[in-house]
Ligand binder design. Structure first.
Ligand code: FES
Ligand code: FES
Length: 233
């Protein structure tokens, strides 16, 4: 069945989003904070410099689903057709235990005022998925788009070095819940790809995208169907 024209579809955490009306200038950050009331992603500079608004965006690339960190303040909602958007709210249920990356930030005192912290957690989260045992240079590269004015980076880097000691990446919510393949105990294989740039430039994805090579089945099925219906228009 062909998809109606002028319909924008993507997945936000575990919610299917279908938009038939959209302002061309609406940013993902405004959509998250004002429309969806997901206020974990913060607005600092609103021009792609500080990283407080960092989220993950997954896109199909052939048979792979590639997640990259994105500055939501300079990403228009109209760019998100056929993607999976993952925000800080996806990491831990309300009132539930902290995600390993969040717990490492707490235990290593990686946050003071906390305004930058959601963006830093999302950058570390993207890195953790791509490289569960990152080196200091890899952590520094992943954090190049995230500014923190009060904590200082040494505790944050220590948290990045420790995050894998809290849980195995295969237990992550993206693997275990959202993306589980029936009867598959290890639904994801994740691997880093080489960086085309050592720094995250304004609006560009992080240097270490995370590629899922064989799943996530529900997400990939949905995104593939969006891509197929789009290309058949
Ligand atoms: S709010 Fe500063 S990069 Fe988005
Ligand atoms: S903890 Fe305050 S800016 Fe980072």
């Amino acid at each position: 069945m062909s998809q109606p024209p002028n319909e924008l579809r993507f997945i936000l955490n575990d919610e299917d989003i279908v938009l038939t009306e959209l302002k061309a200038t609406e940013t993902l950050l405004d959509y998250l904070r004002l429309t969806k009331r997901l206020r974990g992603s913060k607005e600092g500079c609103a021009e792609g410099d500080c990283g407080a608004c960092t989220v993950l965006v997954g896109r199909m690339s052939g048979d792979e689903l590639v997640y990259e960190t994105v500055n939501a303040c300079i990403c228009f909602v109209g760019m998100l057709h056929g993607t999976h958007v993952v925000t800080i709210e996806h990491l831990s249920p309300l009132g539930g235990p902290l995600h390993p990356v969040q717990q490492a930030m707490v235990d290593y005192h990686g946050s003071q005022c906390g305004f930058c912290t959601p963006g830093i957690v999302m950058s570390l989260y993207g890195l953790w998925l791509a490289e569960p045992n990152p080196s200091v240079p890899q952590i520094e590269t992943a954090l190049q788009g995230n500014l923190c004015r009060c904590t200082g980076y040494a505790p944050i880097i220590k948290a990045g070095l420790a995050m894998s000691s809290y849980a195995d990446v295969s237990a992550d919510a993206l693997n275990a819940a959202c993306c589980r393949m029936p009867n598959s105990p290890m639904p994801f294989s994740a691997r880093p790809i080489s960086a085309s740039s050592s720094a995250r430039s304004k609006g560009a994805p992080s240097a270490v995208p995370w590629i899922s090579t064989n799943l996530p089945e529900p997400v990939m099925t949905k995104l593939a169907s969006v891509s197929a219906s789009t290309s058949s228009r």
